[in-house]
Design a protein around this ligand. Sequence first.
Ligand code: CO
Length: 209
Amino acid sequence: MQVFEQLLQNNREWAAEMVRQDKDFFHRLQDQQAPKFLWIGCSDSRVPADRITNTEPGEIFVHRNVANMVVHTDMNLLTVLEYAVKVLEVEHILVVGHYGCGGVKAAMGNQNLGIINPWLKHIKDVYRFHKEEVDALETFDQQVDRLIELNVREQVMNLAKTITVQEAWHKHKRPCLHGWVYGLKDGLINPVFDMEPGTHIDPLYEYNM
Ligand code: CO
């Protein structure tokens, strides 16, 4: 059997097991999804949204990219966000980084990664804003992990700068925004930053409603 065929076999076993536990499981999910959460996480294979939160299909709407970034010209992210907030009416958006993130590590260095460079420049900007605080830490690993926390906070604030979130806050008093960092060492999520609906940001970024 080839490696990818293992996935198909696992899938057949999983589907059968789900039906064995609950015969209506797929029927219920077939016609609609009503997730309460949008997850914006890192693409890292060790941080699967549903596994680490022990949730089922249908519970979390997911977008993942390298280093869980909210980039204002990323139509992929903006489309997911708009759909999650306006159509699915999610109550919470989770920006989930993870300690030891390779994307953040790479952004702190000078290696030429070709087509990856422009994406990492957004993380370099976050590093530049907080360079003094980060560089004051003793080891490189500590610096990386602090920047990961600061990056999550920055990306949550980027969400608050979008018209999608500002309109939803104004009209519906939702969603709440959360910044979390997952620990690869212990499997635990560290909540680092929250923004309630209506929180004021730098007026420069607040649109007229
Ligand atoms: Co990562």
